[in-house]
Design a binder for this molecule. Structure first.
Ligand code: GAP
Length: 513
């Protein structure tokens, strides 16, 4: 069985080889934690964005979408708390000169203990078979109990130093746990320092009049400052939501793990404006609804879990992550945050403008509370792509590399292949391309033997191959091959659009929610 590192390396190299993701400015040796989406990647990303937009905006009468600018008035970031509090605690190893996020060092250490528990459980499961009682094992096994106590202790200490912003305590925790630098193996650490993650830039032509700006570190603030404009022009009544997708920028220090943590990335966020006091019920609602959206893609319930935050951000009264099992373990994919009236109240006081809603039922005005769902599009891309990439042993003893992307998200829905490059077959194949391209992104491929072309399309993630052969000329039928099962069936050319649509249509997938 391949280890996590090998699996992840395969994901990265497959993404490059098949035109999904390239390192940015590669010919200049790249720019760290910045990536470009290639011909297939751009399509996959667009399809994920569309799948989210349809579920959030189109399917909900009370949610509308906007597209706010990346540049915002600098006071926005004073009001939101980002200027003062959007910091990461950093620590350097004096021997390797490498800089780390102190919280990530501790979390990774804790995750390793958790992995040991899971290994023990898996071993016991194998040993005891059907008779295995997992809950009882976790409650009683001395090793598991000791490790769980260690995890709980780390979590408690980590939460405390984070809440108290106790930088000395942070360093002490790292020393007490005996955490070593992954590069040098040494425990020779500097003190922990705070580092603001926002990128600054300037607006204006002359040095004297230029205004200091930030590249937005989240899309959410573009929604908050437009809250009243949208409410008035849409005449939506509370509860209602505003959604948007767009770029965000963070000067991440631990910028590793490919597109998991980038310096320029895209978010898909929705702010749901509610009556104060109803936040607990909406928090539950959006946690459940967002998980259902993930599950509708069929990537396996066991690959998701909730993680309730112990340390709450400066704006939240409750928060949870939906974590996904990436090749390097369970990590945050999406955040659900109960943001109270923090943002709108802050913008009221910094702008001097009222941002209140008049509730006709209550006959009074108030600053609404906000429930936020926030997912990284690139992280979702990595989740889908890494889960889809599989190596299968076939019955004839060979292996195939197949990218089992949910067909609704696949960049290319069908490849049309003439069996040979003569006898009029390419011409028929071209007419099929013309017929299908109005409905789907399709491709034409005539190079190499058909078996090799199937493998190429499997690795590319194309859910259907359509082969035109000599019989096609007589009966207007083609062979339709399914990527996942490799099953083949004979179908009429005129039925192709309907057959493919049934499988790749957003409705077919979203109805599972
Ligand atoms: N408006 C709330 C907010 O921005 P967050 O937890 O900082 O909350 C939300 O970010 C989501 O954005 C994360 O769950 C993650 O999917 C994505 N994200 C955050 N930082 C990222 C980064 N550096 N690279 C890629 N995705 C990132």
């Amino acid at each position: 069985m391949a280890n996590q590192d090998d699996t992840f390396k395969k994901v990265i190299s497959h993404a490059k080889e098949y035109g999904y993701v390239f390192q940015s400015s590669e010919i200049y040796d790249g720019l760290s934690a910045v990536y470009d989406y290639a011909q297939n990647g751009a399509e996959l990303k667009k399809n994920i964005r569309d799948y989210w937009w349809r579920a959030m905006v189109q399917m909900n009468e009370n949610i509308v979408g906007i597209d706010a600018a990346i540049f915002m008035h600098p006071t926005t970031w004073k009001a939101s708390g980002h200027v003062d509090a959007f910091n990461d605690p950093l620590i350097d190893n004096k021997d390797s000169k490498k800089r780390y996020r102190a919280d990530v060092l501790v979390e990774d250490f804790r995750e390793k203990i958790s992995e040991k528990i899971e290994k023990d459980v898996a071993k016991a499961k194998k040993r005891f078979g059907d008779a295995f009682d997992e809950a009882q094992f976790r409650d009683t096994n001395p090793n598991v109990k000791r490790r769980q106590a260690q995890i709980d202790d780390i979590t408690e200490r980590l939460t405390k130093v984070q809440e108290d912003e106790d930088l000395e305590g942070f360093k002490q925790l790292i020393i007490d746990l005996g955490i070593v630098c992954p590069l040098s193996g040494s425990k020779n650490w500097t003190d922990v320092k705070q580092f603001n993650l926002m990128f600054g830039t300037k607006l204006g032509a002359s040095a004297e009049s230029a205004m200091d700006l930030y590249l937005r570190p989240e899309t959410a603030q573009g929604i908050f400052v437009n809250f009243l404009n949208v409410q008035k022009t849409s005449r939506l009544k509370i509860p209602f939501g505003i959604a948007q997708t767009g770029k965000a920028f963070r000067n991440e220090i631990v910028a590793r793990q490919f597109i998991f943590r980038m310096r320029e990335f895209e978010q898909m966020e929705m702010q749901f404006f509610i009556k104060p006091g109803t936040q607990a019920e909406w928090y539950k609602h959006w946690k459940e609804t967002r998980l259902k959206w993930h599950l509708s893609l069929g990537m396996g319930e066991e690959n998701y879990r909730f993680h309730d935050h112990e340390k709450l951000a400066h704006y939240a009264d409750a928060a949870a992550d939906i974590e996904f099992k990436f090749p390097f373990g369970f990590k945050e994919l999406e955040g659900i945050h109960s943001r109270t009236d923090f943002d709108l109240s802050q913008h009221e006081s910094f702008s001097g403008k009222k941002l209140q809603y008049f509730d006709h039922e209550e006959n009074k005005s108030y600053v609404p509370y906000v429930l936020e769902t926030s997912i990284g599009l690139d992280r979702m891309f990595l989740a889908v792509f890494s889960k889809a990439l599989q190596e299968e042993e076939l019955e004839n003893g060979t292996t195939r590399t197949v990218l089992k992307l949910p067909s609704v998200l696949a960049p290319v829905k069908a490849a049309i292949l003439p069996l040979v490059k003569k006898d009029g077959l390419p011409e028929i194949a071209r007419t099929i391309v013309e017929q299908l391209k109005w409905d789907f992104n399709v491709t034409y491929d005539e190079k190499d033997a058909v078996g090799r072309r199937y493998r190429r399309q499997d690795a590319n993630g194309t859910p259907f191959c359509i082969t035109v052969d000599h019989d096609t000329k007589d009966d207007n039928t083609v062979t339709l091959r399914y990527r996942d099962s490799m099953a083949q069936k004979r179908v009429k050319i005129e039925d192709l659009n309907a057959i493919i649509k049934k499988e790749v249509d957003v409705r077919h997938w979203l109805e599972k929610m």
